[in-house]
Design a binder for this molecule. Structure first.
Ligand code: AMP
Ligand code: ZN
Ligand code: FE
Ligand code: FE
Length: 259
């Protein structure tokens, strides 16, 4: 891997596999000099990540990923250089995480009603921080209902499956405002996957007015043609093209750290 910057990664503070410290060691191994930790709805991994980064001479950017809903489509908003310790910012993140807990409990209830016996306690143990579907998937795998995490999404908890429950989401504009309230820089994550470029094009004027500053252009599976299209869009809206792997650890996303 020749990249030296990765601006999109997850740790066990949300649904990644590695602790922030382990993630920083992995980053060093693959030759990264700049890493952003962008856990879902939590900044709880950031202090540890910053401490681990220092002796490794890696520049750690304090980040987050907020999944928002625009009615008819999702926008995942990355936030960088956050003053994450601000109490008002943390209070809103806690609301989002508490909603994740209730939604996780509901998914387990739905599975139980269909005779699939996993327990909420076990899901909560698997999740060290912000609870997500990958933790429910892991509980299903552990109990032998599926062989892989992907299979759990296909059979039980993917969109449209019986145990899928919507998560409480901010609007994209509110997600931008939340990030800028902590003096962070909001960036649109994986724009081709979600929400898709047609929808994004119609929303971009308002998102930019709200304070969006970047567009994730270099993303794991994106082809050179995808990158050209995203670069053109970034230039048109004066957005900074960024890049990241969305690394969660082995088994969750295909792209390796730094990819
Ligand atoms: P949640 O935010 O709780 O809805 O969970 C979404 C997360 O689940 C994403 O960030 C991915 O890490 C993971 N995910 C989504 N779809 C799949 C899939 N088909 N296979 C494996 N992991 C997935
Ligand atoms: Zn994730
Ligand atoms: Fe995402
Ligand atoms: Fe992500």
């Amino acid at each position: 891997m020749t990249n030296s910057v990765d601006l999109h990664t997850h740790s066990i503070a949300s649904d990644g596999v590695y602790t922030p410290t382990e993630l920083l060691y992995k980053a060093k191994e693959v030759g990264l000099i700049v890493l952003a930790l962008t856990d879902h709805d939590t900044t709880d991994g950031l202090e540890e990540a910053m401490q681990a980064a220092q002796p490794l001479h890696i520049d750690l950017i304090p980040g987050i990923e907020i999944n928002s809903d625009a009615g008819g489509g999702e926008v995942h908003v990355l936030g960088y250089f956050l003053e994450f310790w601000r109490p008002e910012f943390q209070a809103i993140l806690k609301v989002l995480r508490d909603a994740r807990v209730r939604r996780g409990q509901r998914m387990v209830e739905l599975l139980n009603e269909h005779g699939v016996n996993i327990s909420w306690n076990r899901v909560r143990e698997i999740a060290h921080g912000s609870v997500g579907r990958p933790h429910v998937a892991e509980a299903l795998r552990e109990a032998g209902y599926v062989q892989t995490i992907g299979e759990a999404f296909e059979k039980y908890i993917g969109t449209g499956c019986y145990a899928y429950v919507q998560r409480y989401k901010l609007t994209p504009i509110d997600a931008v405002h939340l990030i800028t309230s902590a003096n962070g820089l909001p960036v649109i994550a994986h724009p081709i996957d979600l929400p898709g470029l047609d929808k994004l094009r119609s929303w971009l004027p308002d998102l930019c007015k709200a304070g969006m500053v970047g567009l994730e252009t270099y993303y794991g599976p994106y082809t050179p043609a995808n990158e050209r299209e995203l670069l053109a869009l970034a230039h048109e809206y004066h957005l900074i093209p960024t890049g990241g792997s969305d690394f969660h650890g082995p088994g969750i996303h295909p792209t390796p750290l730094g990819g």
